[in-house]
Design a protein. Structure first.
Length: 339
């Protein structure tokens, strides 16, 4: 993907692959295949923006986020992170250099019940990143923890309480405070509201937006709720079976979806207008999502696509190309169409 000159690229992902090997045998294990969780992804994330990443469960969204942060070691590809010292390929960085870079890249996990250590107090959880990176003395860390709890809307005097004493929304705020502790530039938000009550989701979304404005944060926001993604994202990438099939600005995606899979996804989003909802037709996809261990030949969506072109879609994977300014799509319906 070409980088746009007028925008400041913070993170450039190029041909990223994350394959999980499938082995056979007990003693002498034989490599018989791969689960292609993320398959040849290329995209940019601009400084200060929120890039939404959407798709069905199991399409590889969370794996992509973890591979970018090097929580998983990518099978192939580049993850170029641009900081004050220049461009760094996270995929080729390890040891102490990667540990130092982790101060600038953080993650908010999906499940606030599983991502917080039940044996640690809130104060210990939030201050742990400061201790790991040897930042400040204990008195200054305590002050910083109270400041962080206040920023995310929690009582700063709750530092001696344990995670089980908090609700789901409060626990997620603790996770957000922990992610903010080191003043990062980039945060992967891995479905941060999917485990929360609907009444709490809006509060957490508003908090994330306020923090972005206050600290100039850049988000990769992973979710499957298209309504939420539209609200918070500047641009949206649609993912299907390990591949990004469409990427464009949020409003453009909803007004002018190009890929048949995107059209099907958006047709399932309810519209709060009975007159429009009555006339609108749902696009029902037939069949099941293929296995990422054995994707179909050609386009991954070819087995379910209502606009399938025989002899093309089932032979070769379509190129991911820019068909309109800032609007990228991987589909043979737009072959030869360029910006």
């Amino acid at each position: 993907m070409a980088k746009e000159k007028e925008k400041d690229v913070l993170l450039h992902v190029e041909n990223l692959k994350m394959y999980f090997p499938i082995t056979k045998g007990i003693i002498f294990q034989k490599h018989v295949g791969d689960v292609k969780a993320a398959d040849d992804l290329t995209f940019d994330i601009y400084r200060g923006e929120t890039l939404g990443l959407v798709g069905e469960s199991g399409c590889g969204k969370s794996t992509t986020g973890r591979a970018i942060l090097q929580l998983y070691t990518p099978t192939a590809g580049k993850v170029i992170f641009r900081d004050a010292d220049g461009d760094r390929d996270l995929a080729q960085t390890s040891g102490e250099t990667l540990r130092r870079l982790r101060r600038q890249i953080q993650m908010i996990f999906q499940d606030p019940y599983a991502s917080l250590n039940p044996r640690m107090t809130v104060g210990s959880i939030v201050s742990e990143p400061l201790e790991v990176h040897n930042i400040d003395n204990s008195a200054k860390r305590l002050k910083r923890v109270r400041e962080l709890l206040n920023i995310v809307g929690l009582n700063p005097y709750f530092i001696n309480r344990y995670p089980h004493e908090f609700s789901g929304g409060q626990r997620q705020r603790i996770g957000i405070a922990r992610a903010l502790a080191l003043n990062p530039d980039f945060i992967v938000c891995d479905e941060p509201i999917s485990a929360l009550d609907v009444s709490i989701q809006a509060q957490v979304i508003n908090l994330l937006e306020d923090l972005q404005d206050k600290f100039g944060l850049t988000y990769l926001f992973i979710a499957h709720d298209l309504s939420v993604v539209r609200h918070i994202s500047d641009r949206i990438a649609v993912m299907y079976l390990g591949k990004i099939v469409e990427l464009t600005e949020s409003d453009e995606l909803y007004a002018n979806p190009l890929h048949p899979y995107t059209e099907a996804l958006l047709s399932a989003v309810p519209i709060p207008d009975p007159a429009i909802e009555k006339k609108r037709q749902r696009i029902i996809l037939e069949g099941d999502v293929p296995s990422p261990a054995n994707p179909p030949q050609g386009c991954n969506f070819s087995t379910r696509c209502p606009k399938f072109i025989e002899g093309k879609c089932d032979t070769k994977d379509p190129a991911f190309q820019e068909v309109q300014p800032g609007h990228w799509v991987a589909c043979y319906l737009y072959e030869g169409v360029h910006k």
